[in-house]
Design a protein around this ligand. Sequence first.
Ligand SMILES: Nc1ncnc2c1ncn2[C@@H]1O[C@H](COP(=O)(O)OP(=O)(O)OP(=O)(O)O)[C@@H](O)[C@H]1O
Length: 351
Amino acid sequence: MPTPMIEVNHLNKVYGSTQALGDVSFQAEAGEILGLLGPNGAGKTTTMRILSGYLPASRGTAAIDGFEVHQDPMAVRQRIGYLPESPPLYPEMSVAQYLNFVAEIKGVSAGDRPQQVKKALLSCGLEDKAKTLIRKLSKGYRQRVGIAQAIVHDPPAIILDEPTVGLDPRQIIEVRKLIQQLAGERTVILSTHILPEVSMTCNRVVIINRGNVVATGSLDELMTQLAGGYRYELEVRGEKTQIEAVLSSILSQEATTLAWGDPLNKDLDLTNLYRLHLTLPGSEDLGATISRRLIEAGLDLYEMRRNRDNLEDVFLKLTTQEDITPEARPAPVPSPDPAAPDSDTPAPTNP
Ligand SMILES: Nc1ncnc2c1ncn2[C@@H]1O[C@H](COP(=O)(O)OP(=O)(O)OP(=O)(O)O)[C@@H](O)[C@H]1O
């Protein structure tokens, strides 16, 4: 098994009396775009700051390309680019001056700098803006400059904190496209609090809530694992025993719930009209089979409604429940580790 490009194990972070992270673990493979999805305050920024070496963890480890962030900060900084939520841009510098300045701080040699700056400008679609002062750029272009400063030393991994927040719809599309272009040769982790960002940009997602990972996987995997089965609401007219016989010939009894409503005869002047609720396991949609078999058996199907949780429902369930599983329950707040200061002041070597 190759070493994952990014590996996070049991990260915990306490700020004073606030536990920002309980127990966060995940991996990102080389070349993938991993989304860190969670509501405000979930712990995304804290995780990213620890990963990029800006903030010490209280417990746990994080490694980039095999180098542990706390033990080998210089090796990690060479291998990672970080776009904070508000990138530290210098408005009076031109784009090229700024990128040159960042490259110098990040240890790119004077000989390599012009080429590295040019490469970052090209990768981020900024070649026409090289001489433009940063203060004259639109928000979308400033975000490109933020991404360019993250890649100017050519790191194999980049970490982007809410990269499309505050951009207009056109700029959002352009920045998403740019992120997709950057992946492939790089591993990208991006944080977001909105699901569409993940579904449009990422290969995989780590859902984080109240400082704990509550789900990990591709969106298809999460749908299969967490959306539950289809629910059907039927109105069928016929003998109850016959309806049951037809349904049981289709459905596996042990895993299906069937609830009978009251007969609906009164208002409609119809005998033997029933409302039924069916909940199926798995992800198979048996709607067409159910309706066909009922009709083939001579029963009257007055109504059929079919429903299933979508990804938005899954995300909301995962991030609004008090506790998801006992494992996901936040650990008790330990006493602060004196070796791990609470300061989130950026390291002096970065602009
Ligand atoms: N410097 C700090 N001091 C004290 N508490 C903090 C500090 N930074 C973050 N927190 C708290 O830690 C928790 C996680 O915050 P964090 O910023 O990591 O979440 P987030 O998922 O990035 O949210 P957002 O999208 O709102 O930035 C929150 O409860 C937050 O209030």
